[in-house]
Design a protein around this ligand. Structure first.
Ligand code: SAM
Length: 290
């Protein structure tokens, strides 16, 4: 039995058919930018890392496969990259579309493409609005990939989606993908509220629950509570994640690229040796050129 059959991953009232959009009730989408905090501070943490590698590899076109409210995409558009930003959640996309509208007088934003797409059908979805396009880089950041749970108990859908990411890349292109340090979270049973990505200025409490099915951790539920005392507002939402262990996720990624990609792993955007217990692991794969 898969984890989301025994546990309510989504809020009630959300259909269980089609794309499993954990943001469909609008609660997390409404609060997301507050949770991220000051976007300049957030992006500064990894801007130099990401832009440095993109430029070093001559990347110009980037597909953001989990653009959410658009934070990473906007950082890259500002730096002159050509962005195609997709997400499966219309509630999240609504915020990205609003952000683009607010930038309509800035010509850098004229060519920013925002569309709905799902990782399971990614190439087909992209083909429908940009036929025959492959990208210099694909990004899937902010612990996004872990949103995809394991319906069948053998990670087949996750593997297929990783292959879809590889297909969207030109030969020599780069994939950036990350996940929280689930090895440490499962050991400690705790999730830090602040991290390289999230600098919320309000107190953030995250309750961590780990669901073990058949002796294997299959799902981590994070119940977020953000308290804005000045405005007497409390935002609460739950997101559920597949707890990717570093070793297994590394293997799945290599397989998605037919074991022919160069694969580097970073800890909170630094060399692994510098951060003994990172909050996030970031994988960078370079697709083979032949
Ligand atoms: C944690 S948010 C991160 C958004 C953004 N990258 C950030 O860091 O702020 C994860 C995003 O992944 C999207 N997502 C989850 N599953 C998806 C899927 N199967 N296909 C496309 N997007 C998906 C969600 O809708 C959500 O916007």
């Amino acid at each position: 039995m898969s984890a989301d059959q025994v546990f309510h991953a989504r809020s009630e009232g959300i259909p269980s058919e089609g794309v499993k959009d954990q943001y469909a009730d609008g609660k997390a989408a409404r609060t997301w930018n507050k949770f991220i905090g000051d976007s300049n501070q957030r992006t500064q943490n990894y801007k130099d890392f990401l832009i440095g590698l993109l430029k070093k590899n001559g990347c110009k076109t980037v597909l953001d496969t989990a653009c959410g409210t658009g934070i990473d995409s906007m950082m890259l558009v500002n730096e002159g990259f050509k962005l195609v930003s997709v997400d499966a959640s219309d509630k999240m996309l609504k915020h990205a579309l609003k952000a683009r509208w607010e930038k309509r007088k800035d010509s850098k934003y004229d060519e920013w493409i925002i569309e709905e797409a799902n990782w399971e059908t990614l190439s087909r979805d992209i083909e429908s609005f940009l036929p025959g396009t492959q990208f210099d880089a694909v990004i899937c950041l902010g612990n996004s990939f872990a949103h995809l749970l394991d319906e069948y108990g053998d990670q087949r859908v996750q593997k297929m989606c990783l292959r879809n990411f590889a297909k969207c890349l030109k030969p020599g292109g780069l994939l950036f993908i990350d996940h929280r340090n689930y090895d440490a979270m499962i050991d400690s049973g705790a999730t830090p509220g602040h991290s390289i990505y999230y600098n919320c200025r309000y107190p953030v409490d995250i309750k961590t629950s780990v669901l073990v099915v058949g002796g294997k951790p299959q799902l981590v539920a994070l119940d977020y509570c953000i308290t804005d005392e000045a405005n007497k507002e409390t935002s609460e939402f739950r997101l559920c994640y597949y707890p990717h262990k570093l070793a297994k996720f590394t293997e799945m990624l290599d397989e998605a690229f037919d074991n022919s990609a160069k694969h580097h792993i970073y800890a909170d955007f630094k060399p692994l040796s510098e951060v003994p217990v990172p909050g996030f692991y970031i994988h960078v794969l370079e697709k083979a050129r032949n």
